[in-house]
Write a protein that binds this ligand. Structure first.
Ligand code: GLU
Length: 428
């Protein structure tokens, strides 16, 4: 067998490592350290509700195509379940289950009165027309109309979805219920009850966590450099905001390529380029073309993986030179890489803390919908920044108290809240 075949086999093998198993591995590490009672742990290991639907959609060519849709409610112990909807070709129940569990911990870490859920449709939105996407989104909303609800389960954008899809969801759901219910979904356009500051919120949270972590570990942000992987909603806004705080963004990337510029990118120029270029960075001349692997292993102060899951793994973790990793994406680090990063002394601000700015402003959006009164952007941002700084401090404190990583410290922060809520609520 050639080495190449062996390598291919190995990577296929790796792909089959279940994401939910990786969630459980971290959960178990934290549960053991915190001494989480077994009955509470048992309630958090299995999702509360798992719904899978088939969605027949009339395609533009006149043929019906059937898509698979998921919504997994992991926990409602702290309140109605909350979490985004993902449109991507590799969406499957294991992935949605893992993402749903992360939402539970993320909401608990951020101190929100929400449980966790996630949804998704296995599809390739890049190859679909706007009409096809609208019909698929409405079919999904209709199929999930008993799952969703402003006080039940509240979706939001995730990979492959945005305010356009959220507008279709609120419209379809309100038609079914025969009343306008904007609180059923967050991440809506502002004219339909969306919140100011929601679009940039996840990136804004990444910026706050990067700055807070830099203060703790003694990096002078005015002299700091960062590499940002991903140029979607999270990466783009994180890069923009970090650079507005004086941090030099020396690398950016999207699925079409990665770029390096030692002097630092002017993010607005890159954004304008992408906007004119079908929303991709391909062909961008503001920096040298590098590989994705090179971006991850650059000699920078901070690395911000804000693209997709499983980017930092056992193969590349030992090559990472950044002192700080702030996980803008969900699950960008494989479980197996955790101990390598710890041993190298790299500070990792974990996803369930680092990207919780998005769901935090989703909560503010929902509150504004319940009130029917809307806040200024400065007000939203101030509330957001305070919530994120508080969450960061709590996770930092718990990681010190339990002498563990920020990742396990974040799980412990979540356990403290979840344990109390579950005990107060009781059981049959
Ligand atoms: N999809 C985002 C996340 O993973 C936002 C979820 C929300 O706002 O409910 O955190």
């Amino acid at each position: 067998m050639s080495t190449q075949t062996k390598a291919t086999e190995k990577s296929t093998e790796k792909k089959h490592v279940s994401m939910y198993e990786a969630v459980l591995a971290r959960f178990n590490t934290a549960a053991k350290l915190y001494n989480l009672p077994e009955d509470i742990a048992a309630m958090l290991v299995t999702p509360q509700k798992q719904v899978k639907v088939s969605l027949p959609v009339m395609m533009d060519n006149g043929k019906i195509q059937v898509f698979e849709g998921y919504r997994i409610v992991h926990s409602t112990h702290l309140g109605p379940s909350k979490g985004g909807i993902r449109y991507a070709p590799d969406v499957n129940d294991d992935e949605v289950k893992a993402l749903a569990a992360w939402m539970t911990y993320k909401c608990a870490v951020a101190g929100l009165p929400y449980g966790g859920a996630k949804g998704g449709i296995t599809c390739n939105p890049r190859n679909m027309s706007v009409g096809e996407l609208e019909r698929m989104t409405r079919a999904y909303t209709s199929a999930m109309s008993e799952v969703f609800g402003p006080n039940k389960d509240i979706p939001a954008p995730d990979m492959g979805t945005g305010k356009r899809e959220m507008a279709w969801i609120v419209d379809e759901y309100s038609k079914i219920r025969r009343e306008y219910l904007p609180g059923v979904v967050t991440g809506k356009p502002i004219t339909l009850g969306g919140s100011r500051g929601r679009e940039a919120a996840t990136g804004r949270g990444v910026m706050i966590h990067t700055i807070e972590a830099m203060k703790k570990i003694g990096i002078d942000r005015k002299k700091a450099s960062a590499a940002v992987q991903g140029f979607g909603n999270v990466g783009l806004n994180a890069a923009k905001l970090l650079s507005s705080k004086g941090i030099r963004i020396v690398a950016i990337s999207d699925h079409t390529g990665a770029f390096y510029n030692e002097k630092g990118f002017d993010i607005d120029t890159a954004v304008k380029y992408a906007q004119k270029n079908n929303n991709v960075l391909q062909g961008f001349t503001g920096g040298d073309l590098i590989s994705n692997e090179q971006l991850l292993t650059l000699d920078v102060d901070a690395l911000i993986p804000a693209a997709i899951q499983n980017q930092i793994n056992e193969e590349n973790a030992h090559k990472i030179q950044a002192k700080l990793i702030v996980e803008g994406a969900n699950g960008p680090t494989e479980f197996g890489a955790d101990h390598i990063l710890n041993e190298k002394g790299i500070t990792v601000v974990p996803d369930i803390l680092a990207n919780s700015g998005g769901v935090t402003v989703s909560y503010f959006e929902w509150v504004q919908n319940q009130y029917g009164h809307y806040w200024k952007e400065e007000e939203v941002n101030a509330k957001h920044d305070f919530a994120m700084e508080t969450a960061f401090e709590q996770v930092w404190f718990n990681s010190k108290q339990y002498k563990t990583s920020l990742r396990i410290g974040a799980y412990i922060t979540a356990f403290k809240r979840l344990e109390k809520a579950i005990r107060y609520r009781g059981a049959y």
